[in-house]
Ligand binder design. Structure first.
Ligand code: PMP
Length: 431
């Protein structure tokens, strides 16, 4: 496949844009390097690069594109706001419509605020939880990603009662000292951390189904245990549903699993492809937010008509009967086909799938249930597989930790083609 234009664009981008990319995950650093593919247009399940090559898209822009590219209903909604003016800086009725829609789908959102990104949404839930509890520390789970605000860019310490180590330069140790990291699916670890720090913890923050070290399901009782332990120690529970909300069914992972947090952060799918975030939760907690309460949060672009209209259109389209059953069915076939392709070529893999989202972990057949397990998988082999799939016209996320996302635009033929492409890719991998 010829990608000389992408290579040229990358060289040009490097002159002006730091690292040539506007988000580090778009670089090909984790898959052996090289120029990332510069995309030019998308339609349905496909996008085309600047050299005219077509790819089946499983990246889905890291999650938001559950309807693929250029969905007519969403495109129309965006075009309409473009004509009517994209920003007023005043309240609009669209915001009420969308807040109602979200609240109906995710009833724990007794009160909602719209912001502009998942990062903002999570960052603000933490601030509000701190304001409500008048405590400073948070507990998070190793490998979960919650955006790039200072507090959540902190990695695990060496044990459950160790404070955090900044994951990025530029984060003061004093901020990292407010974060405790424990392994996912480990209630004992959480119990120990709360035993030690309990009185200082404002909130336990978790992706209820993990999407950031691949797709990892909570074990039975884990989320219930988080609620029980956090509440026993006077801490709130925050679900980061930036990836999970509306991904597996019409609602949050909380509604699917029937375990409910005090606060929730949303993003990605709810913007229909435009920038958005939202947070919400129990009314008495949300009343701490300005102008009602002392916790400040604001935004020039917050609740802008374009993002809200796109979000409404996206959710309307998701209400089509059979949507999630179909995503699950396509996911099942893809999982089965990839597993067989890997097996027939002698490659041990573990595939974690939740409905229409899955991760293929290379070099491991034991279950992947936490970050340590995911870290132990073979990133180099994944990198080679990733590039071979790209040559076949199948675009995955360039990291062993990301998910493959199926959209409502994928057809059965796309899935069958992908399985055949994977068979050819496995056949070419080194022994
Ligand atoms: N939380 C989770 C679970 C995410 O996956 C992400 C983004 N990948 C974020 C928060 C941050 O969202 P954004 O990139 O919109 O700031």
């Amino acid at each position: 496949m010829n990608r000389t234009n992408s290579e040229r664009c990358y060289e040009e981008a490097l002159k002006y844009i730091v690292g040539g990319v506007n988000s580090p995950s778009r670089a090909f650093k984790a898959v052996g390097g090289g120029a990332p593919v510069f995309m030019e247009r998308g339609k349905g399940a496909y996008f085309w690069d600047v050299d005219g090559n077509r790819y089946i898209d499983y990246l889905a822009a890291y999650g938001p594109l559950i309807h693929g590219h250029g969905h007519p209903h969403i495109a129309k909604a965006i075009a309409k706001t473009a004509e009517n003016g994209v920003l007023y800086g005043t309240p609009t009725t669209l915001e009420i419509d969308f807040a109602k829609m979200l609240q109906k789908a995710i009833p724990s959102l007794e009160k909602i605020r719209f912001v502009n990104s998942g990062t903002e949404a999570v960052m603000t839930t933490i601030r509000v939880a701190r304001a409500y509890t008048q405590r400073d520390k948070i507990i998070k789970f190793a490998g979960c990603y919650h955006g790039h605000s200072d507090l959540v860019l902190v990695a695990a310490g060496s044990g459950p009662s160790t404070l955090g180590i900044p994951d990025s330069a530029g984060i003061p140790q004093s901020i990292a000292n407010e974060v405790i990291t424990v392994p996912f699916n480990d209630l004992n670890g959480l119990e120990q951390a709360l035993h030690y720090w309990g009185k200082e913890v404002a909130a336990v923050l978790v992706e209820p189904i993990v999407g950031n070290f691949g797709m990892v399901h909570p074990e039975p009782g884990f989320l219930e245990g988080i609620n029980e332990l956090a509440h026993k120690h006077g801490a709130l529970v925050i679900y980061d549903e930036v990836i999970t909300a509306f991904r597996f069914h019409y609602g949050g992972a909380q509604d699917l699993l029937k375990v409910y947090p005090d606060m929730t952060a949303l993003g990605k799918i709810i913007g229909g492809g435009l920038p958005i975030g939202a947070y919400g939760g129990r009314q008495d907690i949300m009343e701490k937010v300005a102008p009602l309460g002392p916790a400040y949060q604001a935004g020039t672009m917050a609740g802008n008509p374009a993002s809200i209209s796109a979000g409404i259109a996206c959710l309307e389209a998701l209400q089509e009967p059979g949507t999630y059953e179909r995503l699950d069915e396509l996911g099942r076939r893809l999982e089965e086909g990839l597993r067989e392709a890997a097996r027939s070529h002698g490659y041990p893999v573990t595939i974690n799938r939740i409905k229409g989202a899955l991760t293929v972990y290379f070099g491991r057949t034991e279950p992947v249930r936490n970050y340590e397990d995911a870290q132990s998988t073979d990133g180099e082999l994944f990198g080679r597989f990733f590039k071979l799939m790209l040559e076949e016209g199948v675009c995955l996320a360039p990291s062993k930790y990301e998910a493959w996302f199926i959209s409502t635009a994928h057809s059965r033929e796309d899935i069958e083609y992908t399985i055949e492409a994977a068979e050819r890719a496995f056949a070419k991998l080194p022994d």
